[in-house]
Design a protein around this ligand. Structure first.
Ligand code: PLP
Length: 301
């Protein structure tokens, strides 16, 4: 599947003589957001060819990966089980838009306390899940494994080699790893982590053996799914000026960071930048519910 690059025209870009295009992976599907589709593709093929009829994976209550897995499972006729962090959700998961959608697409949930969730890769947890749900194909939290990275290599096309920089938001680093692997050696790949953590460099090095990439670690806004008024207003301005909606967890932080770098003359005149819009838009209604409770401005959709 080839996705078009949309050129962006904004006064700042003109002033700095930097060109910017956005690869609209968010348009792949309304429920399976961009990179999650890429990450699931070869895993579902593998699960089916190995004879599994259930796919089991892990996530938090607003996880794009959970939403995407549920829908992909429905499309490809494989049962899905979501092991969700937070026992308290047993009572109130129907108030959560992500989980409601995943359930509507046939996902079965297992809510576990935080300690069990931390130990989710341990044999005793995995085998008790096997007792409850039968044999399953296991996908890690966030969906990152080598088949997922293979899928993400397909985000870039040969024509994209004409860009000097390729930018992508980072959670586990799986998507970025695929992009680095598919990048041309003359390109620089910039990853924008959506969370704090020094482990990401090492995680990514497990999957890539190139040096043409860096992580821009200053734009996590305090941690995973943390937001500020400034971020929300950037997302709303960006939507008003380009008609492109960004999500507050990943792509909003990446573009905020990239615009900060452009403002501070990180890029020389004539630089051509490609940004990957990985999607994540299903998470906005959940985030807006949280913002509303805190009396903060909402993301305009
Ligand atoms: C999950 C996700 C990411 C991060 O992907 P990783 O492969 O975990 O680094 C980026 N953007 C969006 C919208 C996502 O949902």
């Amino acid at each position: 599947m080839e996705i078009e690059n949309q050129p962006i025209h904004l006064p700042l870009l003109k002033e700095k003589q930097v060109s910017l295009s956005i690869k609209r992976e968010d348009l792949i599907h309304p429920f399976i957001s961009g990179n999650k589709y890429r990450k699931l593709k070869y895993n579902i093929i593998a699960a089916k060819s190995q004879g599994f009829n259930t796919l089991l994976t892990f996530g938090g209550a607003y996880s794009n990966h959970i939403a995407a897995t549920a829908y992909a499972g429905k499309l490809s006729g494989i049962k899905t089980v979501g092991v969700i962090r937070g026992e308290e959700l047993v009572e109130k998961w129907t108030e959560n838009p992500t989980l409601k959608l995943a359930s509507a697409h046939g996902m079965q949930f297992k809510f576990v306390d935080r300690e069990t969730y931390r130990n989710k890769e341990k044999l005793e947890v995995l085998s008790s899940l096997k007792e409850e749900f039968g044999q399953y194909y296991l996908l890690p939290e966030g969906g990152t494994n080598s088949l997922a990275i293979r899928g993400c290599e397909e985000i870039l096309t040969p024509q994209d080699a004409s860009f000097n920089y390729v930018c992508c938001a980072v959670g586990t680093g799986g998507t970025l790893s695929g992009i680095i692997r598919a990048s041309s050696p003359k390109q620089q790949v910039l990853g924008f982590p959506a969370l704090k953590g020094d482990f990401l460099n090492e995680d990514i090095r497990k999957f890539v053996h190139k040096e043409n990439w860096t992580l821009q670690t200053e734009y996590h806004f305090g941690g995973y799914a943390k937001v500020s008024r400034e971020l929300i207003s950037f997302i709303n301005d960006f939507k008003r000026n380009t008609h492109i909606l960004l999500d507050p967890v990943y792509t909003g932080k990446m573009l905020f960071g990239l615009f900060d770098m452009i403002t501070n003359d990180y890029f020389v005149a004539g630089t051509k930048i490609l940004v990957i819009h990985t999607g994540g838009l299903q998470g906005i209604s959940g985030m807006n519910a949280v913002l509303q409770k805190k009396n903060l401005p909402l993301i305009a959709v």
